[in-house]
Design a protein around this ligand. Structure first.
Ligand code: AMP
Ligand code: TRP
Length: 331
């Protein structure tokens, strides 16, 4: 079986874009690959976090994975900071990574601009820690959003460079961009990805939004000019492709298992009003039972699952670290 690793930061609110673009597909992938899913708290602290909130979010993300269908008997689910080898390998990889590798990282450039003078070394080093996450487990595939490809490229570079210098040690991993739902766009701005750090809550639907909130947000979602429901694949023509409507139809489609074509047919002769009310119902039709599952998972239960996951991950990571220390010449 292929080895798969992915992670999500416990910061901000997970939204339907995260679910459709990542978690939903992990649930399918765990049947086909030996999968590890990690809550990357050490990545989260590269920008300031409130300690109490961070602890709560870490548990919440793990519960969201479980409520989504990640099965701890099939996959390993754990918290990054519970396996010290991640930090240790990151340090060693720091001695292999070059300033030039990190200077070109676009996510760092964006984020450091926001942080200004308070930008931490951790933020700069973030991609090296991510490489450590991936390389520790002989990962072959890393399912991620397209914004993470540059980081995966670094993991590949560091694996190759380490192997050349010290002998075959790491598997060179491959990124895998999810096809369906790879990009759910903001409800208030269909030219940008739906994002948990968006300034307005009208950008996203959080996985914890109730029915009334979903309806309010969908009603406020921007639409293109025109009144009928159409869907075009011609993205070169912004007018014809109607990106705002296209995004809403994509969301409808992913939550209802109807194709965009079927949805367009259902709304022939109807306007945005009917479409939006139904779309909100389709989203809540997923969210309501999801939230019930989420609420039924206790803190104790999730902590036990994370601890068992850490035990499994530690054993694998420690075996790899033994090899790494020896190769590098640590006594
Ligand atoms: P992030 O929120 O950037 O930590 O992303 C966590 C995961 O969610 C990434 O692997 C992305 O694939 C996915 N993701 C985030 N935002 C979106 C979006 N708007 N559409 C689709 N997938 C997304
Ligand atoms: N940087 C990733 C993101 O923001 C999260 C992440 C950390 C990750 N370590 C990883 C993803 C290892 C995949 C593999 O989405």
């Amino acid at each position: 079986m292929q080895k798969l690793f992915s992670g999500v930061q416990p910061s901000g609110n997970l939204h339907i874009g995260n679910y459709l673009g990542a978690v939903k597909q992990w649930v399918t992938l765990q049947e086909q690959a030996e999968s590890i899913f990690c809550v990357v708290d050490l990545h989260a602290i590269t920008v300031p976090q409130d300690p109490e909130v961070l602890r709560k979010k870490t548990l919440e993300i793990a519960k969201i994975y479980l409520a989504s269908g990640i099965d701890p008997t099939k996959s390993t689910l754990f918290v990054q900071s519970h396996v010290a080898a991640h930090s240790e390998l990151a340090w060693i990889l720091n001695t292999v990574a070059r300033m030039g590798d990190l200077d070109k990282m676009t996510q760092y450039k964006d984020k450091s601009q926001k942080e200004g003078e308070t930008t931490s070394i951790g933020l700069y080093d973030y991609p090296v820690l991510m490489a450590a996450d991936i390389l520790l487990y002989d990962t072959e595939v890393v399912p991620v959003g397209d914004d993470q490809l540059q980081h995966i490229e670094l993991a590949r570079t560091l694996a190759r460079r380490f192997n050349e210098r010290f002998g075959e040690t790491f598997v060179v991993p491959e990124g895998r961009i999810q096809k369906e739902g790879a990009r759910i766009m903001g409800l208030d701005d269909p030219t940008k990805k739906m994002s948990k750090s968006a300034p307005s809550e009208y950008n996203y639907i959080s996985l914890t939004d109730d029915e009334a909130t979903v309806l309010r947000k969908i009603k406020k979602a921007v639409t293109d000019s025109g009144t009928d429901i159409t869907y075009s694949d011609d993205l070169s023509d912004a007018e014809a492709s109607r990106p705002a409507l296209r995004n809403l139809i994509n969301i409808y489609s992913l939550f209802s298992r109807k194709t965009p074509g079927e949805i367009v047919e259902m709304y022939a002769g109807k306007g945005y009003g009917d479409f939006k009310v139904d779309l909100a119902a389709v989203i809540s039709g997923f969210l309501t039972p999801f939230q019930e599952r989420l609420a039924s998972i206790s803190d104790e239960e999730v902590k036990a699952i994370l601890e068992a996951g850490a035990v499994k991950a530690r054993a694998q990571a420690e075996a790899k670290m033994k090899q790494v220390r020896e190769r590098v010449g640590l006594l």
